[in-house]
Ligand binder design. Sequence first.
Ligand SMILES: [Zn+2]
Length: 505
Amino acid sequence: MFEVRATDLAGRLGRLEVGGRSMQTPAYLPVVHPIRQQVPVSILKEMGFEAIMTNSYITMKHFPQGVDIHKQVGFDGIIMTDSGGYQVLEYGDVDASPVQVAEFQIKIGTDIAVILDRPTGYPSSRTHANETVQDTLSASRKCIEQIAHKPPLWAGPIQGGTYSDLVRFSARRMSEMDFDVFAIGSPVELMNGYRFREVVRLVTEAKSALPVEKPVHLFGAGHPFMIPLAVALGCDLFDSASYILFAKQGKYMTPSAIRDIHELEELPCPCPVCSSTSTTDLRQMTQVELTAKLAVHNLHIMKSELASTREALREGRLWGYMVQRMKSHPYLAAALKFEKNTLKLFDSGLRWGKDKATFFFDETDLMNPEVRRHIRKVDINLSARHGTLSVLLAGREFDVVFVHSARIISKAEERNEDVVFFHPFLSIVPVTAVSLHPLAQNVCIEEPSREVLLSSANRLADFIKKNGYKKVMIRPGKGRRRQGAELKALLEKAGVRPSLSRSGW
Ligand SMILES: [Zn+2]
């Protein structure tokens, strides 16, 4: 059972219950080897991981007769088992059928079983990508039809890679089958190559075609700085072996980068590993000891990134948190130029009421779903009542203006004028709406960039032209005359002739 408790953008804060076990989502499932664990599973339990991922195909090779997977791994939380898809990707094929692998997963008592899929991989030709979609669909159909007893939860993989139409097709067809979880495949190589725009496109296409009530897993998401983005796109579960794979290469995760341990003078992390050791100690360790230390540290980073992301989601500030993390690498920041359908996906879980102020920094925040929703509402609901429009500037203290809104409204009626506020990011703010979030609760950078001002001024100019105002008066108020003159110049460029009042309101 999947219960959603809060949403923000397309992200969901939820609980997933399976076979008497339960986990908080979004969650990161560390990948552990079913036989040889390099980090003891007891450490994962102590760290509070409620779920892990292991491989059923490798388990099958060692225990063809079956084994109790919880006992074998030594973990009593939720176990999700991958099916061997990764081995297909690496070696081209595996010597077991999808039905055999599925039946084996049920036999070993896995909580979330994944259909043996054929990952698209990257790079991939369109023909190959199409074959992987068809093969995965056919494997799924066979398993659904031929297996009498389902596992507690069935996960259906989505393929198609960088071919948007194939991803959409795969997601649609898979969602026609009785799956409890959907798992988006093939992002690992894209993420390792920092091709984040493609990852965004892949997840957007899949999510847009999947039923909203089902949890979605993203395979192989092991870079901490992309977790907020993946959560914002609506992914609920993540698995990765990156903590150990990076550790073996001497890589030390930070929330915003993957660093080489040999390049670090200090350990910038307060986890138990880093607070009880130094870079000098680490460098003197054997490879095995170093790997073990780095792996545990990396797990702490993944765990803490998930917790920070959940907290941002809970408080309704996922947009700001995601943008901040995405600016940690230029390639990730490049993915901030979101396409239309991604923005539409973000709108799907956008919340109405929030306790926390929205922060506005730069032009990226013009894409904030709250800004776009406000603009849509103004477009639909606001029209001229009088022939004159007064434009008030509120500046940084936007939250105090609503205290005066009643007085402003009655004065406007006396003067037979319409009156709005100009906000650098939100553009037109009706005085009657200033108490609504984020109008009253926002903190805006003191000197917004010209690009931001131009965009908002053009919006105001369109509104003035559309409503045929005969007279437009900018009333900047005390100490904001320069901003008033700047807005006047921008409106003039857009073909509107406002006057600048010396007196405020
Ligand atoms: Zn640490």
